[in-house]
Design a protein. Structure first.
Length: 256
């Protein structure tokens, strides 16, 4: 008797499901071609919007990670106490020149590695930034020319009328190189920023700053996920290593 009841219930459920599917099919069939097309377009638009949001979030996290890495390197080189004033200077340079704050922070780190003290870095960085803007060099290359002059090889800078004596002390070379570069290329970075090309570069840097701030907000969440994924992958690798070790033994037992 119980089996008959179960059979009847199943038949009733199937009949109800069939009726509902038929009803749904009729409703869909009643849609006009235009309605269906609009639905497809809306779905595609939502899909594309979701992709744009996802890509923006990923790029934002990357931007924040790059900024964080640049600041960490600077802090390790000059000490954490000197970092705030250097970062403030980098932010100002981003607003008034064509160079991003991350690029300026990397420049400050490079100058510190040449032996400049925190109190000397911003002034020398200004000179190097103007030199780079005037010559079209990237900041690392421009800073390398500055470093060569400190090492007694000012051949590159001599092309621009900057002459540093090899007999000067390192401290004198820092002061003279900074002063002569600043005099030769004064305000070139600001001048270049005021051109059409410079304005476009500044707009790009400003957008990068927006991404960086968004990345700063969502980074704690993504960092936790990334750490959890890292730990899971390490655990998986360990498990696979153990299996590789015991695999031959298991295989030999299976063959016995």
């Amino acid at each position: 008797m119980a089996e008959e009841d179960l059979t009847l219930r199943l038949r009733a459920d199937i009949s109800e499901l069939s009726a509902k599917l038929q009803e749904a099919n009729q409703k869909v069939g009643s849609f006009s071609t235009g309605t269906v097309a609009k639905g497809i377009l809306v779905a595609e638009a939502i899909k594309k919007a979701a992709t744009v949001v996802k890509d923006f979030a990923v790029e934002s996290v990357k931007a924040f990670a790059e900024s964080e890495l640049a600041v960490t390197k600077l802090s390790n080189t000059v000490g954490s106490g000197a970092v705030p004033s250097l970062i403030k200077f980098a932010s100002q340079m981003q607003k008034t020149t064509i160079f991003s704050d991350e690029a300026v922070i990397s420049l400050q780190t490079q100058l510190a590695q040449y032996g400049l003290l925190p109190g000397q870095i911003n002034k020398a960085a200004t000179a190097v930034i103007n030199f780079a803007a005037a010559t079209g060099k990237e900041l690392p290359e421009a800073a390398a020319s500055f470093g060569q002059a400190l090492a007694g090889n000012a051949r590159e800078l001599k092309r621009y009328g900057i002459d540093i004596s090899e007999n000067d002390t390192r401290s004198q070379k820092i002061t003279k190189t900074t002063q002569q570069m600043d005099l030769a290329f004064s305000n070139m970075a600001r001048t270049m920023a005021n051109t059409s090309s410079g304005a476009m570069t500044q707009a790009k840097n400003a957008f990068g700053e927006v991404q960086e701030q968004v990345g700063r907000l969502i980074s704690p969440v993504t960092s936790k996920f990334t750490l959890a994924l890292r730990d899971a992958l390490f655990e998986l690798a360990e498990q696979m290593a153990r299996f590789k070790t015991i695999g031959p033994a298991v295989k030999s037992l299976a063959l016995e």
